[in-house]
Design a protein around this ligand. Structure first.
Ligand code: SAH
Ligand code: DHB
Ligand code: MG
Length: 216
């Protein structure tokens, strides 16, 4: 067995064993595939981790940048509860349509608002504050999205960034955005952060988690 097979099998074992409630959202992944959307959603156990971050933070209002087929959105919607709100930004109308249909089928559409358009155009119309922000769109704009996340949160809020390793050594806008976002997470006095490499069904990648600092 090569390393990739071992990571995949172990990830599937971990998901089955520890995050069995992921099964309830498998239909969202299937609808995403059926709709021809790319297979780049967070993995099931990463989705559960996002849900747990939101629960641990006591998040009621969540902002997501990058909806795709609504898979991570559904985990966040589960976390905020029936009275909560997830605002999710997506540039592709088709992705938003697939996501909206899946979230309705899952009974989670009452707490999700999808805003279609390039996030840098829709963000100025979004009203905060949010308790948790999940950044998972085009990596080139991650520094801008981080700045917006700071505008739309208060001290104590959590910011999670997906795919911080994927493009880390790449030339070009996605590599630049990835590295600049990591530098900002490490040096901006308003943020208290770390970044973790991950390996699993999506190969080698990583995510960053930050707390928006208060006055202490
Ligand atoms: N969060 C999703 C995966 C998102 S994939 C999940 O884990 O289930 C990245 C998404 O970001 C894609 O749907 C892509 O269309 C969208 N995207 C890319 N550039 C964008 C932009 N400028 N503004 C908003 N969304 C964008
Ligand atoms: C890609 C984007 C993602 O958000 C992700 O989680 C994996 C891959 C991509 O653009 O290839
Ligand atoms: Mg991602």
């Amino acid at each position: 067995m090569d390393d990739a097979q071992r990571w995949t099998q172990t990830d599937e074992y971990l998901t089955r064993t520890v995050a069995g409630d992921a099964v309830g959202l498998d239909a969202i992944r299937a609808a995403q595939d059926a709709g021809g959307l790319p297979d780049i959603a967070v993995s099931p156990n990463q989705g559960k981790l996002l849900y747990l971050f939101a629960r641990i933070a006591g998040a009621r209002r969540v902002l997501e940048v990058g909806t795709l087929g609504g898979y991570s959105t559904a985990w966040l919607a589960r976390a905020v509860g029936a009275d909560g709100l997830v605002v999710s930004l997506e540039s592709e109308q088709k992705h938003a349509d697939v996501a909206a249909a899946s979230l309705a089928k899952a009974g989670l559409d009452d707490r999700v608002e999808i805003r279609v358009g390039p996030a840098l155009e829709t963000l100025p119309k979004v009203t905060g504050p949010f308790d948790l922000v999940f950044l998972d769109a085009d990596k080139s704009h991650n520094p801008d999205y981080l700045e917006w996340a700071l505008t739309l949160t208060e001290p104590g809020a959590v910011i999670v960034v997906d795919n911080v390793v994927r493009r880390i050594d790449e030339e070009g806008p996605d590599g630049d955005g990835t590295r600049r976002a990591l530098e900002m997470l490490g040096s901006d006095p308003r943020l208290d952060a770390t970044a973790i490499q991950t390996v699993g069904v999506k190969g080698w990648d990583g995510f960053a988690v930050a707390l928006v600092r208060g006055r202490r």
